[in-house]
Design a protein around this ligand. Structure first.
Ligand SMILES: NC(=O)c1ccc[n+]([C@@H]2O[C@H](COP(=O)([O-])OP(=O)(O)OC[C@H]3O[C@@H](n4cnc5c(N)ncnc54)[C@H](O)[C@@H]3O)[C@@H](O)[C@H]2O)c1
Ligand SMILES: [Zn+2]
Length: 320
């Protein structure tokens, strides 16, 4: 059974371009732009994606949402939250012993996430799906930005900040099937005076509600809505794998790499500062920012697809 085992790896790689982040005056943000070798790699990827039998799987992580203002866990930007001991806070164990502190942490984090908007990378992925209907998008993010961008064939494998559920296993609002749309009115009393008494409660059984997200000490199979079955279906007949903005620290990326190796699937990695480890050594690196790379990739796929759609007509003209 797949578990969110955590393997924190060291960050290596040379940063060659830094520029001022215009959204946050005074702060710096890593920004790797594309050189010629990256463009050649992208062309190769676009060609692989554009063949009619392509069944691509994209797996995104926190890095894709950094340009939307959401801090990553492991990135080097000032707001990266590993520093805040997320491996302790992001556990079922912590929630059980201190639900008030856990909800305070998540409400604060979800408020940031809810204020964010999709960036060029999310939008390009949604548009890619229009040209590549067999594309499956698996995200480790809980921010909902792929949905806002318009992605349809999406697996939110770590759950969503836009849903919540009951903690009582026997309740229909609880795992493995029950889930409720986020409703901020459940948090009005808690926000003004956080305590055990004001915790958000299930409307059916009055037990405390919990975030609908996969914690580090839980299993992917613990809730249907996490989409583990759909993920495995996508891996069944995939033809290419593309990681975007992930540090490969959490179980699903490790499993995907292992499965891709087994199936001899080529795997790409789009990240300006990729994790270097034995496990990721087989990846074809696209060392640049997702919000720069993915719109370029989309343009290449659009060009290739339009050439393909013109070909039969041109052939007819020649034979006439
Ligand atoms: N937006 C979110 O929902 C969010 C935010 C933080 C963490 N998380 C959770 O964090 C866990 C940690 O794993 P992770 O691997 O997703 O994130 P991570 O924080 O461990 O790694 C982020 C990666 O993104 C890269 N990156 C930074 N800027 C980038 C850019 N512009 N384009 C592309 N890549 C960029 C970094 O170099 C790094 O390798 C996941 O379980 C995820 O659910 C989610
Ligand atoms: Zn309940």
């Amino acid at each position: 059974m797949l578990r969110t085992s955590l393997r924190v790896t060291g960050q290596a790689g040379v940063i060659d371009i830094r520029r001022l982040d215009t959204k946050k005056p005074g702060s710096t943000r890593i920004c790797k732009l594309m050189d010629k070798s990256i463009q050649a790699t992208l062309h190769q990827l676009a060609t692989t994606l554009s063949v009619p039998e392509a069944r691509p799987v994209f797996i995104t992580g926190a890095g894709i949402s950094l340009a939307s203002g959401i801090p990553t866990f492991r990135g080097s930007e000032p707001g990266a939250v590993w520093a805040k001991n997320v491996t302790e806070l992001g556990t079922r164990r912590f929630f059980k012993t201190n639900p008030v502190a856990a909800w305070k942490f998540y409400l604060h984090r979800f408020d940031t996430v809810r204020a964010a908007e999709p960036n060029a990378a999310h939008i390009a992925l949604a548009e890619l799906e229009v040209h590549l209907p067999a594309l499956t998008l698996i995200t480790q993010n809980v921010d909902g930005l792929h949905i806002d961008a318009g992605s349809k064939n999406l697996v939110e494998i770590h759950g969503s900040s836009r849903r919540m559920r009951c903690t009582r296993r026997e309740c229909v609002n609880s795992a493995p099937l029950g889930v409720m749309k986020w409703d901020d009115s459940y948090f009005a009393a808690f926000r003004s005076a956080p305590s055990m008494e004001t915790l958000p409660r299930c409307p059916l059984c009055r037990k405390p509600m919990r975030p609908h997200i996969l914690w580090f000490d839980e299993y992917y199979a613990s809730h249907e809505d996490y989409g583990l079955k759909r993920l495995h279906q996508a891996w069944y007949d995939w033809t290419v794998l593309v990681f975007v903005g992930t540090s490969h620290s959490v179980g699903v990326t490790e499993q995907a790499l292992e499965a891709a190796g087994h199936d001899r699937i080529t795997a790409y990695n789009i990240d300006p500062n990729p994790t270097q480890s034995d496990d990721t050594s087989s990846l074809i690196q696209v060392t640049a920012n997702a919000e720069v790379v993915l719109p370029s990739l989309l343009r290449l796929v659009q060009q290739l697809k339009s050439t393909q759609s013109r070909q039969p007509r041109d052939q007819n003209i020649e034979t006439n």
